[in-house]
Design a protein around this ligand. Structure first.
Ligand SMILES: Nc1ncnc2c1ncn2[C@@H]1O[C@H](COP(=O)(O)OP(=O)(O)O)[C@@H](O)[C@H]1O
Ligand SMILES: [Mg+2]
Length: 547
């Protein structure tokens, strides 16, 4: 079996690695490993505890200590302190408020040499300088040693590997809470089953095996992101340093491309320039995904090139509406889903095609009972052809079939899409088909739903129901109605939801957001809505309770 065939045959569910030939048993993913770089004793003594609880950073006061990259940040800005000072800090933190004697610190931080006590004092004073106003977090116990007295919070990966309580959950005395971070760069879990795409997965896997930069190109909604994430999930076990996802879609400022990629690589402090970032990456070998590059294409291409130059074993997969035109890039054009040919009407035959499978999967989520007869088969086949097999268009159409019925939908789409080809003999491009589908779905909404939909465009990223209410409510829509409208938009596939965590999160797909933004600008409300958005208190840990 070739690498490419393997990708196609690997199980669809995330985590299904047993028969996955991409899985090299000797190479664990970085998520499985004890923190292998740095962290010294904290790791060797407490790897099980920290990793078991999915801890990724420790928070105290205005500081954040990122475990993997050994970075100390003050209010999000990296603080330059040396390795020894960091070792001292970690040793103190690990003692959970207890006294750490000078001798313990000396042997721990300088295990191989005997050093004078003043070396330790120097490191302590460096640390206190770095802590600034919070210098008292480190208490001197006269003549004996030091104690770290700040209250700690443990920030952990949103999805914990074990799904249960880690040892750190029996909170050491000074750990006040656990907070879930939406981890930058982590591979999200699949929200629904991947439909079709076996051939594409194997094609792209073959390209990735042979080339270091592969870009998946295609129109909005064609399924680039979906395909890429699925492939990344399957390839993850064969990358020692795991998969890191830089989601560039939400960025409006090209200047944020580099910091976003750096954050995805957990090297937030190295965002000074692509070369600096490449140097900080060192010999690590993650699979880096640059998702939704189209609107920041020059910067994405520049960073990708620099990283690939500096790190000869780095591998990048990008998605974009157009190629990056970067050195060494291989372009893969993502085709639409497979549509039933003209004349094919038998329901079972129609269902052999992936476009029909996706459409029916979305229909049965909304209305389970559909009679599988020939008339329905013909209507489904027609809808798939009318929508060119574009997944996003199929999802939108399926959502409105609940109200119109499948046959009703087929004839309405006919009317709608024939407008596009009027006076021309050529079929509409996929962009036009999708555009018409978006217009149509928007028009089918109630007035308050439309208002909420366009206002949600100001959210570049995930948002909570609470934030949506704060931004989308106005004179015309009461806050309580926003909740109802948001639920309606989710049902109609215009808003994606993630209800897996303690707080449900919502998000607009890129294409949807661009569309909603256009509508928002047209409505003349943009400024007012943006001001409400700016006023919302974006506490990243809002509503996330300590267990
Ligand atoms: N093969 C597939 N199986 C299931 N859903 C899919 C598939 N391809 C795309 N989708 C869905 O279609 C929508 C658009 O896909 P997406 O990957 O975001 O498109 P793009 O990145 O090209 O704009 C998403 O809701 C996605 O989950
Ligand atoms: Mg995308």
């Amino acid at each position: 079996m070739t690498l490419a065939e393997a990708a196609a045959s690997a199980p669809a569910a995330a985590g299904g690695v047993h028969l996955d030939p991409f899985h090299r048993p000797q190479a664990m993913s970085a998520e499985d490993l004890p923190e292998s770089r740095g962290l010294g004793q904290l790791v060797s003594m407490d790897a099980a505890r920290l990793n078991g609880s999915g801890a990724r950073a420790l928070l105290f006061g205005r500081f954040r200590l990122v475990l993997r990259s050994r970075e100390l940040l003050a209010d999000g800005v990296p603080v330059a302190i040396g390795n020894r000072a960091l070792d001292v800090l970690i040793a103190l933190i690990e003692a959970c408020g207890e006294l750490v004697t000078k001798d313990e610190l000396l042997t721990r931080v300088w295990p191989d040499t005997t050093v004078e006590e003043n070396n330790l004092q120097f490191q302590i004073s460096t640390l206190r300088k770095a802590l600034g106003a919070d210098r008292d977090f480190i208490r001197t116990v006269s003549g004996r040693g030091y104690r770290f007295v700040a209250e700690l919070a443990v920030e952990r990966r949103a999805t914990r590997p074990d799904g249960g309580a880690g040892a750190w959950d029996q909170s050491p005395a000074n750990v006040v809470q656990f907070v879930d971070s939406p981890p930058p760069g982590a591979l999200p879990a699949a929200r629904s089953e991947l439909v079709g795409r076996a051939a594409q997965l194997s094609d792209v896997a073959a390209l990735v095996a042979a080339n270091r930069l592969v870009t998946l190109v295609g129109a909005g909604g064609i399924g680039k992101t979906r395909l890429t994430l699925e492939l990344a999930r399957r390839l993850a076990p064969s990358f020692e340093d795991g998969v890191r996802i830089a989601e560039l879609g939400p960025l409006s400022d090209p200047g944020l491309v580099l910091p976003t990629i750096a954050a995805a690589l957990e090297l937030g402090g190295a965002a000074a320039g692509p070369e600096r970032l490449a140097a900080a990456l060192g010999p690590r070998r993650p699979l880096l995904v640059l998702d939704n590059c189209e609107h920041v294409i020059d910067e994405a291409a520049a960073v990708a090139e620099a990283l690939l130059h500096a790190n000869p074993s780095l591998q990048i997969i990008a998605t974009s509406r157009e190629p990056l035109r970067a050195e060494g890039e291989w372009v893969y054009r993502v085709p639409p889903l497979d549509v039933p040919p003209e004349g094919e009407e038998a329901f079972e035959e129609v269902l052999q095609h992936s476009a029909a499978q996706l459409f029916m999967a979305r229909i049965s989520a909304a209305q389970p009972a559909t009679s599988p007869d020939r008339r329905v088969g013909a209507a489904v086949a027609k809808i798939c052809r009318q929508l060119d097999g574009v997944p996003l268009a199929l999802e939108l159409a399926a959502a409105s079939a609940a109200a119109l019925g499948i046959e009703g939908l087929a004839s309405r789409l006919d009317d709608r899409l024939s407008l596009l080809t009027e006076g021309r003999r050529t079929a509409p491009t996929r962009q036009q088909t999708l555009r018409a589908t978006l217009d149509w779905s928007y028009e089918l909404l109630s007035e308050p739903e439309r208002a909420v939909m366009r206002r949600l465009a100001v959210f570049a990223d995930d948002f909570t129901m609470e934030a949506a209410s704060a931004v989308a409510a106005g004179e015309d829509v009461a806050a309580a109605d926003v909740v109802r409208c948001l639920a309606g938009l989710v049902t109609k596939s215009l808003v994606a939801s993630d209800v897996g965590g303690p707080v449900p999160y919502y998000r607009l797909l890129e294409t949807m957001r661009a569309y909603a933004m256009e509508r928002l600008a047209e409505s003349g409300e943009l400024e007012a809505v943006a001001a409400r958005h700016a006023a919302v208190d974006f506490d990243p840990f809002q509503c996330v309770e300590a267990p």
